[in-house]
Design a protein around this ligand. Sequence first.
Ligand SMILES: [Mg+2]
Length: 416
Amino acid sequence: MHITSVSGYALSSPIEPVQERPFFGGTRRLRKRDVVLVVVETKAGHQGVATAGASSSAMREYFEGDSQGTFADVIETDVAPALEGESIDDIRSARDLLAATSLPAHLRTEAISAIDVALYDIRGKELGAPVYDLLAEEYETDPTTEIPLYASAGMYMEPEEYAEQAAAIESLGFFGYKYRPGIGPDGDRRTIDLLADALDETEFMLDTHTWWKLGNGYGRDTVRELVDHAAEQGAYWIEEPVEPADHDGYVELAETGAPLAGGESESSPAALTELGRTGGVEFLQGDARHHEGFTGCRDAIEFCAGREVEFVPHNFGTWLGLQANAHLVAAAPEVRLLEYPVFEDDPALGEAAVDSGMYPFELAFDIIEGRPAIEDGRLSVSDAPGLGVEVDLDVLEEYPFVEGPWTEFHYEGETA
Ligand SMILES: [Mg+2]
């Protein structure tokens, strides 16, 4: 493929009115969600798309960094000049072209992630094949295009509210209900008990996003006690119970026998595999949008295959990012489950007793034409060429970028 243009667009989906969410030790403010859309075009007239700047729930730079607007600039100033005019046969060679730029490591990784996904989209369109077919050929697997989803929802609510959401998610047929605790040790314990009671078929997972350690955290003993309690009550996994870089902390907690999950915050494909290697997690959460695309996730997936650690993609963002990770799940060996973030008024979900949406994120839906085929908690991956979706470029007009941080944390005792 001969690359003629690479563009990056920073977009914002406002959360209006701004939301205040109290948690143990502080308040979180939610203003908007940012997305960077990357579009690659070839001489033959094919267009490949991807989102960049995948959110990671525990990376300090993600929460404390200014915004993702700067990443769209990086696409224009560094990525486009490195790729435009190049002919690429082997998609992996794009990585080498980007590695030769002077970008700092974290931006290079983000760039490689988006470009890898967009080039697979193009290659699929060139060949008239869905991306999962290309990946299945590489992995020598038979693709599975019906994918069980777990719903990623609840954040900082009353225990009873989490339980209501969980029941609604079960009524929609999802494999699991994942929520963000952090309302205090007693409230978190009560939530675990209520969920264990409320759910029948549907599993529950805790995404603690290191919350128990940040700010006025719970302290090590309390974290251990809560992890233990969650495991005893049948939690399917406990995610990021310690800081991402604290691999020893994972290993120590895993000794309790509790099923732990982590990986989304790892800064590179090598670091992701390394976390798997520690034995500290039973679920390794790589992300095609963050760990250098389909190519970058391959090492971790192959590490997990045949071992007691399951690769379950981290996937929190738009329906475009969902497609990327869905193609990976469809093709990769021993990978079967996918995260489905639930935002308010999700048009792909049926009626339920309560709306389990975490907050409004309309751009997450509007970024593509149509909607994903979800029924009874399962996603059918489209067999259309490439990623199988069309980006709706109207979003460039409809969701102008808004400067400033998307979320802020205010800790008790801190001066404003
Ligand atoms: Mg997470």
